[in-house]
Design a protein around this ligand. Structure first.
Ligand SMILES: Cc1cc2nc3c(=O)[nH]c(=O)nc-3n(C[C@H](O)[C@H](O)[C@H](O)COP(=O)(O)OP(=O)(O)OC[C@H]3O[C@@H](n4cnc5c(N)ncnc54)[C@H](O)[C@@H]3O)c2cc1C
Length: 393
């Protein structure tokens, strides 16, 4: 791909495309992912071979427009794919999701030059990366970040530290949020977002250890007199970075919610299967009413979470404001993953605590979805604020 645009628009992803794509993903998961997850997870190994396969499947361009070499998937289709992959191994979705949020910022707000220079290489997976917002002393309150960009001729010079950055080691380009004006009020007008490619002045200081979400790298990044050309300022206008970050979080929250649906469903499926083969007091445990109550609650949570994700994704696809819908989906689906993974563990008894079965992994992975892309405390605040704002309209 050379970055030039084709003359005629390429049709976007259709329903038939979706069915075919989901089928391809299912086959890939069965053949190339499932047999290796336990070992990769145990060793916390980056799944390089699977990343190559994901490039071949087009996942790094899933939501990027076809004219830039992407698949042009609507968010609703994308969410179904994320759920499906998360049923097998949630970590894989982190490798392309934060990358696609970076791409979405360029596609929605970038200059024509930025779009044609970066999007084709993002779509093919030649350049992969993510989103660098969080700093060691602030995550939720993004407007308090201290990373600083100062204009110097045709460049900006950036100093600061970012932490918990997904794909920080394996990725090569990040949508980096920094301050271009630390004194301006309101504070959000002092934030700008750059496309920062790895070169002198940009280094990984360490890989961060985690409870779950193994395989994918989470890292601390250090910027020391890092020079970035001014034409890497997304949208070529200072002071718009907070808007870019917040807009990306809507899609990000739908993705986290979709991951929650996948983990909640995997926990349910494991519990339904196990409860039919494990016997106590002369019958399968699924015939004990106490277990049936758990299964019913788990299944209901799964379905409710799935519908909330669909609702949020459809609003996003229509271009409607969907912070409340995405917040509800993210909050409910991540809590569903927490509750279902804990219940699946109880239903498995001692085997639920064993590293030989995947249930303990669901239990370790689920809490991340309550934290990432805005904590669930913040989601409830966003939902309540929107409830009131929409009521006043
Ligand atoms: C595995 C992993 C991967 C991540 N990947 C990325 C990434 O790729 N890029 C990136 O930029 N970041 C990433 N993050 C960071 C993540 O987005 C932040 O951890 C998250 O936003 C919370 O920020 P914090 O950790 O600073 O918590 P804090 O902001 O310090 O919050 C601490 C607690 O206070 C609560 N709180 C804060 N403010 C309020 C309030 N106003 N009202 C009520 N409660 C409040 C929070 O809900 C939380 O419970 C990742 C984190 C993890 C663990």
């Amino acid at each position: 791909m050379d970055g030039s645009l084709p003359e005629a628009p390429i049709p976007a992803f259709t329903e038939a495309d979706e069915a075919q794509f989901l089928d391809t993903i299912r086959k890939w998961l069965d053949r190339d992912v499932k047999p290796h997850v336990m070992a990769l997870e145990r060793e916390d190994t980056y799944p390089s071979e699977m990343v190559g396969q994901m490039r071949g499947l087009g996942l790094f361009g899933a939501t990027i427009a076809p004219e830039y070499g992407g698949l042009g998937m609507p968010a609703a289709t994308y969410a179904r794919i994320v759920s499906l992959i998360s049923e097998t191994w949630m970590s894989l979705t982190g490798i392309f999701n934060s990358h696609l949020i970076m791409a979405a910022a360029v596609q929605r707000f970038g200059t024509d030059g930025q779009k044609s220079r970066f999007l084709p290489r993002f779509a093919s997976g030649e350049i992969r990366g993510g989103l660098a917002l969080t700093e060691p002393d602030c995550g939720t309150d993004l407007q308090a970040i201290r990373g600083r960009a100062v204009r110097d001729g045709d460049d900006y010079v950036i100093n600061g530290t970012k932490t918990w950055i997904s794909n920080g080691i394996e990725g090569s380009c990040f949508a980096l949020l920094v301050k271009t004006d630390p004194d301006i009020e309101p504070r959000h007008r002092g934030l700008s977002m750059f496309l920062a490619e790895k070169r002198d002045g940009f280094r990984v200081s360490r890989k961060l250890g985690k409870l779950g979400y193994k395989g994918i790298d989470s890292a601390e990044l250090i910027f020391e007199d890092y020079r970035v050309p001014a034409d890497c300022l997304i949208g070529a206008e200072e002071g718009r970075g907070f808007r870019h970050a917040v807009a990306g979080l809507e899609l990000g929250r739908i993705n986290v919610a979709a991951r929650g649906v996948g983990v909640a469903k995997a926990a349910l499926d494991a519990a339904v299967s196990y409860s039919q083969i494990r016997e106590t007091f002369g019958k399968p445990i699924c015939e004990h009413q106490a277990i049936q109550l758990k299964l019913a609650e788990m299944a209901t949570r799964c379905e409710a979470a799935k519908l909330l994700v669909e609702q949020a994704a459809q609003a996003y696809d229509k271009g409607e404001r969907c912070d409340m819908e995405a917040g509800m989906a993210k909050y409910f689906a991540s809590e569903a993953a927490m509750e279902n993974s804990a219940e699946a563990m109880r239903i498995h008894g001692g085997y639920g605590y064993s590293t030989e079965l995947p249930v303990e992994r669901y239990y370790r992975d689920a809490p991340l979805m309550c934290i990432g892309e805005g904590t669930n405390e913040m989601q409830r605040i966003i939902i309540a604020r929107q409830l009131i704002a929409r009521d006043r309209q």
